[in-house]
Write a protein that binds this ligand. Structure first.
Ligand code: GLP
Length: 243
């Protein structure tokens, strides 16, 4: 695992956007999966700028969203689908026909999970995934637990995660209690993984992850099993690292 520590959030965003643009330039027909949340907002702004500036083709990209709150329709302002569309896909003229997401409104959610796993695998799996990290070590919505799931599944969200994501909703009570997420297997089968973190609130979990123990109570620690992971941290989030 490689890691880069940048002086601040801005530099972290620029560096990550550059790594993303480099990847897509090399592999224009990549299947990509992008995180949501606050950390990635600046990254996507830079990424879109860079793709346009460098004239990188996005005509063959496919986007596979990594998670969605249960019962959230694609056009709901709080949906991850809408978030990624607004911040990335619409700006790069990537049409809905090339954006895929789990159907979080399906009557049969178990089937929706299986269908989504199959859709990703039938497309050849993910080539590139950009992950954020929760303060509890979750990636996508794979929450800390005694056992982790390999494939797309439903997760109960912890109070800590619901509280952390409450800022996107009118009130904390409105944060959904469950989400569909791609599983750890789908993540670890991605050819290239970028993990990003910014801010002091992430320093404890990053320090814990860098103890290099594989622990289902810290899902991000499984990234140590992958041979092509690059982390980009700002100084504040890397505060607990020894060097
Ligand atoms: C949510 C998303 C994750 C993301 C995490 C961190 O829980 N499901 O994919 O990594 O938020 O978000 P933030 O960058 O806002 O801390």
């Amino acid at each position: 695992m490689k890691y880069i520590v940048t002086k601040d959030y801005d530099e972290m965003s620029c560096k990550t956007a550059e790594l993303m643009a480099d990847y897509i330039e090399q592999k224009p027909a990549a299947n990509i999966s992008l995180a949501t949340g606050s950390t990635v907002v600046g990254i996507y702004e830079r990424f879109v700028e860079l793709v346009k500036k460098r004239g990188i083709s996005t005509g063959s990209l496919k986007g596979f969203n990594m998670d969605e709150y249960i019962s959230m329709s694609y056009d709901n302002p709080n949906s991850f689908y809408r978030f990624l569309n607004e911040h990335v896909y619409k700006k790069l003229d990537i049409p809905p026909s090339r954006i895929f997401a789990p159907d979080a409104c399906a009557n049969d959610l178990e089937k929706a999970c299986d269908d989504y796993s199959a859709k990703i695998e039938n497309a050849g799996g993910l080539n590139f995934i950009l992950l954020g990290i929760g303060t509890d070590g979750h990636i996508a919505f794979n929450m800390p637990d005694k056992v982790l799931h390999s494939e797309t599944h439903i997760e109960d969200l912890s109070d800590e995660t619901r509280a952390a994501n409450a800022r996107f909703f009118d009130c904390a009570e409105n944060v959904p209690r469950q989400a569909i997420t791609i599983g750890m297997g789908t993540i670890l089968r991605s050819k290239k993984i970028l993990l990003v973190a910014g801010g002091k609130s992430k320093s404890a979990v990053i320090a814990k992850m860098f103890e290099r123990k594989i622990d289902p109570l810290l899902p991000a620690s499984f990234l140590w099993l992958h041979n092509n992971v690059t982390c980009v941290f700002d100084k504040a989030s890397a505060d607990g690292l020894k060097q």
